[in-house]
Each structure stands twice: as C-alpha cells, then as structure tokens.
Write a protein that binds this ligand. Structure first.
Ligand code: KIV
Ligand code: ZN
Length: 433
C-alpha cells in the first residue's frame, strides 16, 4: 500500500530480540477531527474538516474519529454531510465520541442515521480524582450508573437501528491515573453490557488522558490489562496516549509491544495541551526499521500543508521526519560524511547514510535541501553546494582556501549562506578581481 522507495522488509530471523520490537503496523485510528480539533484555538469549520477527512483517507486510515456530534451543531452537521453525500469509502469506518450520558448518546445515534458502518465511542472518567472531585461517586456508582447503564443503552439503540453495521468502543477515561483492579472491573462489566464476542469484539481504549508516569509504567499497565481482563478474545485492545511528559511516542511504542492491537493519535501530534500521540512519528519509526506502516507519507510536505491549513497551527522546524530542518546538516563533519556516502552510493543500494536515518526522497523531500552552510560548517558542505548547484568540483587545496573565504564572510554577517550566496562569493573571489 505504501509508495516508499527504500522500504526493506525485515525478516524475523534477522532480529536479535524478536519480542521486543514492533514487527507489524497496529490498527490506526485518527482522532485529528475529534481530539485534535477540540484542542484548536479555532476549531475547524465544515470546509476544513472535509479537507482533513479527505487527506486522512488518502493517507490510508481505515478508522477515523470524525467528531463529537452531540457537542455542537457544526460537529453534528459534519457527520450528517459525510453520510448524506456518501463521502465515506466502503473500506473506511467513521467513529464518533459521546460521553456516557443518555441524551448525548441518543443525539450521537441520530447523527449516524443511515450510515453503513459506524463505531460509537462511549467514555466516562474512572480515576479517583474524578470520582471524588467531579462526580462525587463511589467506584460502584461509576461502574453501574455511568459505564454499564450507558453501554446497555448504546447496545439497545443499535439493536433498534439494524440498518447500520454497529461497532462499539469504550474508554475508561484517565486510565493511566486509575487503580488497575477498578479499571479491570469496569472493562469486564462493559464487555458484557455491550454484548461483545470474539466475532464482534468491543474496542477497549486505554487512554493516558494525562501522562502520569514514564512510558514503561503505562506499558506495564496496558500489559496487566492485556493479561488479566476476563474476555480478552472479545476485545480489541486500543491505546490513546497523550504527551504531557513529552514521551507520547515512547508510551505508544512500549504499549503496543506490551499487547495493544490498536492506537489512537493525530498527525504531527496535535491535541489537548501538549498534544495527542503522533501517528506520523510511529509510522515512520516503523518504516525506518523495515516495517510497512500501511500509511502513506510519501509526500509529507503536502500532508503538512493540509494539516497546517486545517489546524491553523505550524509544525515545528525540528519535528521528526517533517520539520524544515530535519534533512539538513550544518556541522562540517556531518556534511563531509554525507557527501562521501552519497559519492560512494549506487542507485539500487539500500539506504545507509551517516546522520540521515531515512532517504528524504521516500517522503518526497529532496537532497538539495540536505546540506546547509553556516559558521559551524566546514569545507565539505561548501564544496557540495558548489558541485551540486554549479557543477564546480574544486581540488582539495582550493576547497580549503575557498572555505576560509566563506567562513570569513559568515563570521562577518553572522548568518547562514545559501548556495546562491556561495556562488556569488566564488565569482567575486576568482573572476571579478
Ligand atoms: O484523552 C482521553 O482520555 C480522551 C478520551 C475521551 C478517549 O480523549
Ligand atoms: Zn484524548
């Protein structure tokens, strides 16, 4: 499904620690249009939501959380438009979020009238802080009056509308801050209340709504659930990491290794506070270790443009895989090594390049932007740009002499030099005199 050039399948026999690395892509869910959208300064209008939806389909998401239809008319109308205008491909399932509240669940079902397939995602908080401070409820009350009661209602509404192929997801919100034995009790109870079976499993989505601990602890909690829930065969185990400690990607990777089947996140990690789990990051981590991510990021700049437009938020220049500066080397020794590796490389060679873990061409980026020159650079980068931009291959002694001239010009100006600047200095130095 992917169009990458240097994709190299990895064989298990080549791995030293087959159990500790990810060897296949998880089930992905994009929540750009829900969790990502709810965190925007200016949430998307229908036009921006549609643009994002089309992009998510193009990338290859098969499960897309399209909104929170009981939250606003815009959200409701967007879901209606997708259904009424027949915009959902046959291999894509839309998902909507609803809190465990009767009128909001009913409104969510209303928004989905006529859908061929849908996932209804019900959530309620389970953490002690929420029970004590927000609900003033005991564990049993949260379990019975929020979780089980509303799972039964959702099941009943689905049974009354047999025209749609219904699936369900349940999230014990703030799982990462909740006693494990209570999370298990809730999960076991909702599995029964939704009537989940091996053939029609329930998605149990474990969120680190707030990252409470290091990623290994979150993964341990997920693993404990994976091993201890009563009916594992009737569950698709999903995770929903956030990034409060800056370790959302690690938390996602560890938790998938610990037994999760599915992961929820957004493009470039947009989302509440410090963001949701970044799908692009994990997908391309998988790719760079030889696992087909089943998502297409082969034109990453075009994707970034759409996402920046829809979210009205810039992507950081050092963002992994996509930032303006990530296929760039300023340091002279890095530039020199890259230049030598390019020169030694044959067209069909697998990608093996110092300081560049991925072939930028795989993501639609070009080599031209790789080498940049500032006061930290040495002769390598300067010679590379002269050769690539002007076809000038300088002998070594002249490289040393000319790089000193460029260094002096940079020390004076204190700024980066473009290939054009360097060409100008070269002409001035050797032809204008
Ligand atoms: O972060 C969270 O807990 C959520 C839930 C509603 C799944 O977004
Ligand atoms: Zn969330």
């Amino acid at each position: 499904s992917t169009k990458y050039r240097s994709f190299k399948p990895v064989h298990l026999r080549d791995r030293q620690w087959p159990d500790t690395v990810l060897t296949r892509a998880p089930i992905w869910l994009s929540t750009d249009l829900r969790d990502g959208n709810q965190a925007l300064i200016e949430p998307m209008n229908v036009e921006r939501k549609l643009r994002m939806f089309r992009e998510l389909i193009r990338i290859g998401f098969k499960e897309i959380e399209v909104g929170f239809p009981s939250a606003s008319q815009t959200e409701f109308d967007f879901v209606r438009q997708l259904i009424e205008k027949n915009m959902i491909p046959d291999d894509v399932t839309i998902q909507v979020l609803t809190p465990a509240r009767e009128e909001l669940i009913r409104r969510s079902f209303e928004s989905l009238k006529g859908a061929k397939r849908a996932i209804v995602h019900v959530y309620n908080a389970v953490a002690p802080i929420m029970r004590r401070v927000v609900f003033n409820m005991s564990q049993d009350q949260v379990l019975n009056e929020l979780a089980v009661k509303h799972a039964r209602l959702a099941r009943q509404l689905a049974d009354e509308n047999p025209g749609t192929d219904w699936r369900f997801e349940y999230s014990p919100e703030m799982f990462s801050g909740t006693e494990l034995d209570f999370s298990k009790r809730v999960v076991d109870a909702v599995v029964e209340a939704f009537g989940a079976t091996r053939e029609k499993p329930l998605i149990i989505n474990l969120p680190s709504t707030v990252e409470h601990s290091t990623p290994n602890i979150f993964a341990d909690m997920v693993e404990w659930m994976h091993r201890n829930v009563a009916k594992r065969e009737a569950i698709i185990l999903s995770i929903h990491p956030h990034n409060d400690r800056g370790t959302g990607t690690a938390a996602g990777e560890f938790a998938l290794m610990a037994g999760a089947d599915r992961i929820e996140g957004t493009l470039f990690g947009n989302g509440e506070r410090t963001g949701n789990f970044d799908v692009v990051n994990l997908a391309l981590n998988l790719y760079s270790q030889g696992v087909d991510p089943q998502l297409d990021f082969s034109d990453i700049d075009a994707i970034r443009q759409v996402v920046e437009y829809c979210n009205q938020l810039p992507v950081h220049p050092r963002h992994p895989y996509v930032g303006d500066l990530v296929y760039t080397s300023f340091s002279g020794s890095h530039q020199d090594a890259i230049k030598k590796a390019f020169a030694a490389r044959k067209e069909d060679d697998i990608w093996e390049m110092p300081y560049l873990p991925l072939d930028p061409k795989d993501l639609g980026r070009s080599y031209e932007a790789v080498i940049r020159v500032n006061s930290q650079s040495g002769k390598g980068g300067i010679s590379y740009l002269l050769e690539h931009e002007y076809g000038l291959s300088l002998p070594r002694r002249l490289q040393i002499e000319f790089s000193q001239v460029v260094q002096e010009a940079m020390d004076e100006s204190g700024r980066e030099m473009t290939a054009e600047d360097i060409g100008g200095i070269f002409t001035q130095q050797y032809f204008d005199a």
